[in-house]
Each structure stands twice: as C-alpha cells, then as structure tokens.
Design a protein around this ligand. Structure first.
Ligand SMILES: Nc1ncnc2c1ncn2[C@@H]1O[C@H](COP(=O)(O)OP(=O)(O)OP(=O)(O)O)[C@@H](O)[C@H]1O
Length: 373
C-alpha cells in the first residue's frame, strides 16, 4: 500500500475533543482519495498531519513502506516529499509564472528547472504562460499554476485542501474534472479535502466521510451511497430522510412497512429479529421515490429546488411525514399541490430507531428467512 495511516489520534492543546480520533485509511499508488465532511470535522487536520505540519499523538503513518510518523518518529515536512495545494493558492504576486512554478526547485540546474517548469505548465494546460504574472491570469489559471508549482518537485503524494473553494461553481466543476485527468495522466497519488459531494464523486477513487474527528467510512462512491457504514454517512451523502418502518415476515418473505406502503422484493433485507418488534427507521432517498399519480400515497409539495435535469421536491404526507423526491424537471408542480408517490427501493438501509450518528445499519441478510417468524 502506498499510504497507510493507522489509528491516528491528535488533540490540539487545550481542546476538549480530539481533532483526529482513531483514524485509519489506506491509499494505493496512483489513487485519488477525497475527504468529505462538515466544517470542523478534522479534514484539514488530517491533511496537515500527513504533511508533517502537525504531530500525531498516537498512530502510525507509512509512505511507500517507510514509517514517517509513529511513536518517537516524526519526519519533518520537507523530508516526506509531499506537495500541498491550499485553497487560497498563495502565488507570489511579484514573481512570474515560471518563477512561481520553479520556486521549490532551487537545487536544480537552470536548464533542468526550465525544462521541468515547461513540462508541468504543459501538464496543466498553461504552456507558454511562463512570463505572465499572477494578476494577468484568471482565478482558474492561477489555481492551475499553484497545482503546477506543487507538482514541479515531483512529490510522491499531493495533498489539496479545498483547492477550488474560491472559484465559482461552473469553473469548479470543470476544474475538478480536469484535475482528475491531469493527475491520472501523471500517475500522481493525491488526497483532497472538500465539503462538496459532487466534487468528491467527480474526483475520488476512494472517498472518506469524517464527523467529529472520526472517519466513518472510506470507500468508493457507489458503496458510500448504497451501503453507508453509519447513520451519519447515510444522512450526509445524497438527499433523503429516515422514516419510521417495521420489518415483518410474511410467509417466506420479508416486507418493510413504511409511510409509502410495503416494500417487497428487496434484496438483502434484515430479518425482523434485527430490531425489537421489527421496528426501525428506513432510509428513503430522493431517487428511491417515484412520482406516480396512480399511487394511493399522496403528498403535498412544501418546497422545491430546481437541479437542472430534476426537481428536488420536499413533500409532506397526510400523516405529517416529510420526504424528499427527485422528479424529472419536466414534471413542474407548484408548492401546495398534492402528487402521487411510490417507493421504488431495491435494497434497504435500516437503522434502529433513534440510533446515534456513529451507529452502523442493521446487518442485511442475503438469504430469505427460512420460516415465518
Ligand atoms: N490550531 C488549532 N488549535 C486548536 N484547535 C484547532 C486548531 N486547528 C483546528 N482546530 C480544531 O480542530 C477541529 C478540526 O478542525 P479542522 O480545521 O481540521 O476541520 P475541517 O474539517 O478542515 O473544517 P473546515 O471544513 O471548516 O475547514 C475543529 O474543532 C477546530 O476548531
């Protein structure tokens, strides 16, 4: 494994809570990892600890098999060969693009430096920009210069802390795609921090969700979405709500009773015995609910948000239960209108009622029950 962090703990002096609480993750060579989570969850601290800018209280970090941090071991940042790109990209305003990019290459000969600067500028699509100054570049171009500067000394790992946060949304999305292409072409292993899920999904081979210093899950986007490891991940990723539900056995089958009727034919459903009386909460995502006026279940639209190809409606059922529904944007309904709703869930995520953020879902059963319970 290229990067391996094991049981990392870090508490800032005077702080009541650990900023990193038993964090472990592994990143293979050439992979792009993304850390996602709400403000203050420890993402930046984790990057700084990897870079050597913060010292771990406990735990171990190995890079390409070398232990660079452990009890009694702390390699300084410059010895770790890690590049960093920060959100404010901090280019030197009085230096040309070439001098900014070549800044970390002072031990290289002039010729080597020139060649490497041209090479990394070409990599980020800015060939020929050597003589420009930062104020003559757009925000996106400046960010690409910052990326070129971080790549120039051939770091073995690149860390990026919200590299697009100061750019507008359109540019951010485009740069996220471009960045993935650039880093993949160069075979760079990188770890990003973001709090934008779409950016994380666009960029990451592996995505981590952090909450209060803990890494709740470290997985590919599909698994994160469909098999959240904790209630916090289920709630944080995508749009959806938890609704009260009950799992019951019906003959050979298991059905889940929800405010939108019974879910049948669901793969990997927990057995009723997973919860007292089968009572639980089921995750109903916006894309698990279909607008269907033939359905006996109806809800009143209380909020709507246009998302381009779809509307995200918040609807209230007659019993007061709120749901989120993703509907193709040619179905344009007004707030206050009642629409028919049908659940189309193929595998369920269920939690105990009132489960805490760190609780895992119930273990799903791949087998149908052998007898009615
Ligand atoms: N130098 C510091 N001294 C003391 N506490 C700190 C320091 N830096 C961060 N913290 C605290 O550690 C926790 C984690 O902060 P961190 O900056 O890693 O979060 P983050 O997930 O990157 O947040 P954001 O998305 O807002 O940048 C927070 O509670 C923060 O207040």
């Amino acid at each position: 494994m290229f990067l391996k962090l094991e049981h990392a703990r870090l508490r800032y002096p005077g702080s009541p809570r650990a900023a990193l609480d038993d964090v472990s993750l592994a990143l293979p060579a050439g992979a792009l990892g993304v850390l996602l989570g709400p403000s203050g969850c420890g993402k930046t601290t984790l990057l700084r600890a990897l870079a050597g800018l913060e010292r771990l209280d406990e735990g171990q970090l190995t890079l390409e098999g070398q232990t660079v941090a452990a009890r009694g071991v702390h390699w300084p940042p410059e010895a770790r060969r890690i590049g960093m790109v920060f959100q404010d990209y901090a280019l030197f305003p009085h230096l040309s693009v070439a001098d900014n990019v070549g800044y970390g290459l002072h031990r290289w000969t002039r010729l080597q430096r020139q060649q490497r600067v041209a090479e990394v500028l070409a990599l980020v699509g800015l060939q020929g920009y050597e003589r420009r100054y930062p104020h003559e570049l757009s925000g996106g171009q400046q960010q690409r210069v910052a990326l070129a500067r971080a790549l120039a000394p051939r770091p073995r790992l690149l860390l990026l802390d919200e590299p697009f946060s100061s750019l507008d949304v359109d540019l951010r999305e485009r740069l996220a795609q471009e960045l993935r292409t650039i880093l993949k072409a160069a075979g760079i292993t990188a770890l990003f921090v973001t709090h934008d899920q779409m950016e994380a999904f666009a960029l990451g081979d592996l995505i981590g969700v952090m909450h209060e210093g803990r890494l709740h899950q470290w997985d590919d986007a599909y698994t994160l979405y469909h098999r959240p490891a904790t209630r916090f991940v289920a709630e944080f990723i995508g749009h959806g709500v938890f609704a009260p539900a009950r799992i019951v056995a019906r003959g050979e089958r298991v059905v889940v009773q929800t405010p939108l009727g019974e879910l049948e034919d669901i793969a990997e459903c927990p057995l009723p015995s997973a919860f007292p009386d089968g009572l639980c909460e089921v995750l109903l995502r916006a894309d698990d609910i279909v607008h269907d006026d033939a359905s006996p279940f109806r809800g009143e639209i209380v909020r709507k948000a246009f998302r381009g190809a779809a509307f995200l409606y918040t609807v209230r059922l007659a019993d007061g239960q709120l749901l989120q529904v993703q509907v193709p944007s040619h179905h344009d309904h007004a707030i206050g209108e009642w629409i028919g709703l049908r659940a189309a869930v193929d595998h369920v995520v269920t939690f105990a009622r009132g489960a805490s953020a760190a609780s895992p879902p119930a273990l799903n059963s791949p087998q149908p029950p052998t007898s009615a319970r």
